[in-house]
Design a binder for this molecule. Structure first.
Ligand SMILES: *Cc1c(COP(=O)(O)O)cnc(C)c1O
Length: 390
């Protein structure tokens, strides 16, 4: 393409927003007595639980560790099958493998890109134990139907809401609808703790198991001890991990949470600018939104669904990168990764997800984007796509 890009500086697809308040909150913990598993973790957990209207919340060192904990709490073990979406980050399925279960992929809905309840039901066998639903891009999955299927077949529903903090389903915030809901605080997500994750649940039983799993499977709680040999005594009752979040991180999380609703508003506003710019273009499809859900807009995905652009996605991504627009692709269907291919998953397993993967690009979307950044993205996308139509 030509030598002058739309922008001189690179615009990433996502970026955290950190202000002086956040920094002060972290410094305050550094000057305190507890750096980890102190009072600030509890406070962060309470604030997230309150925000999503759940009874319990357990902080983890990452969203991935949190998902692993949820699979443990759900009792996933060798031979158990867990159904999940192929259109997600690998962590949504890896957590099943950590527990020696089998990941089963059910294809997605072609409009919302979320896992299809009908396909879930087709994949159920007598070994199925759980469903991991992903709220893809921030739009909640079809939770009512998924919960209905889960009840019918006695399955646990774990919701991967890494994209969906603040999203709602039929006016209820995600986090208290499924059995366990996972949030991630990686810097590209809505709020950050550097690395970090959380499970919210209304079940006391899951809550206790998650606490144990996070810290070596060790308990000191007198009501849970099998024996009691004295004040020093504790018991390792399960094979757990050190998946604890630090108080330093939790302080950042609390400070960030105060800004979440503002961040969500900005994301929504950016999305409506994108939608207005692209909705009348014949060659692209803007994101579809179900009426009964409110997306938290983690990702803005544009689908290049015209025959005229077929097979050109890679070149379009490269051209946009040359324009200094940090586009990305979310996601490579999980089972197409070499590791999963070696496990024996066939290409063609989920045709809708595979076709979608060939046609999507993720545009920059984060609260720190300026008016000019949005205009640059729109200008560059229109310019690049036009250049591929001639
Ligand atoms: C980010 C993400 C995760 C993992 O979260 P980490 O905090 O990075 O471990 C899991 N699932 C999805 C869909 C994600 O986007």
């Amino acid at each position: 393409m030509e030598t002058h890009p739309v922008r001189n500086t690179y615009l990433p697809y996502a970026c955290q927003t950190i202000d002086d308040e956040d920094i002060e909150a972290v410094v305050k913990v550094l000057k305190s007595n507890f750096l980890t598993t102190g009072p600030v973790i509890k406070e962060f957990e309470k604030k997230i639980a309150d925000y999503v209207d759940a009874k319990y919340a357990v902080a983890f060192s990452s969203g991935t560790a949190a998902l692993h904990g949820a699979c443990f709490a759900a009792g996933i073990g060798p031979g158990d099958e867990v159904i999940t979406s192929p259109m997600t980050f690998a962590a949504s399925a890896n957590c099943i493998l950590y527990q020696k279960g089998k990941a089963v992929f059910a294809d997605i809905d072609d409009r919302t890109y979320n896992i299809s309840p009908k396909k879930i039901e087709q994949m159920i066998t007598d070994k199925t134990r759980a469903i991991i639903a992903v709220d893809f891009t921030g739009q909640p999955a079809n939770l009512a139907e998924i919960m209905y299927i889960a009840q019918k077949y006695n399955l646990v529903v774990i919701e991967d809401s890494a994209h969906a903090l603040g999203a709602s389903y039929k006016k209820h915030k995600v986090g208290s609808i499924s059995d366990m809901t996972m949030f991630s605080f990686h810097p590209v997500k809505h709020i950050t703790t550097g690395e970090g994750g959380m499970i919210t649940t209304n079940s006391e039983d899951y809550y206790q198991k998650l606490l144990l799993f996070r810290s070596h499977g060790i308990t000191r709680d007198p009501s849970l001890l099998i024996d009691n040999n004295g004040p020093w005594y504790y018991e390792m009752q399960y094979l757990g991990h050190n998946f604890r979040m630090t108080d330093i991180q939790a302080a950042l999380g609390i400070s960030q949470l105060q800004k979440l609703d503002d961040f969500l508003k900005i994301r929504k506003n950016l999305v409506s600018q994108y939608n207005n710019a692209f909705k009348d273009m014949e060659t692209v499809q803007i994101p579809f939104q179900e009426k009964d859900r409110e997306s938290s807009w983690h990702l803005y995905i544009l689908r290049l669904n015209s025959n005229k652009l077929s097979g050109k996605r890679r070149k379009i991504v490269e051209a946009l990168l040359e324009q200094n627009i940090g586009v990305n692709v979310h996601y490579i269907p999980v089972y197409l990764h070499p590791y999963y291919q070696k496990l024996g998953y066939d290409k063609g397993l989920c045709p809708i997800a595979e076709k979608l993967y060939e046609e999507i690009i993720t545009l920059p979307l984060f609260p720190g984007m300026k008016e000019k950044d949005v205009m640059d993205v729109i200008t560059a996308v229109k310019k690049v796509i036009k250049s591929f139509l001639v």
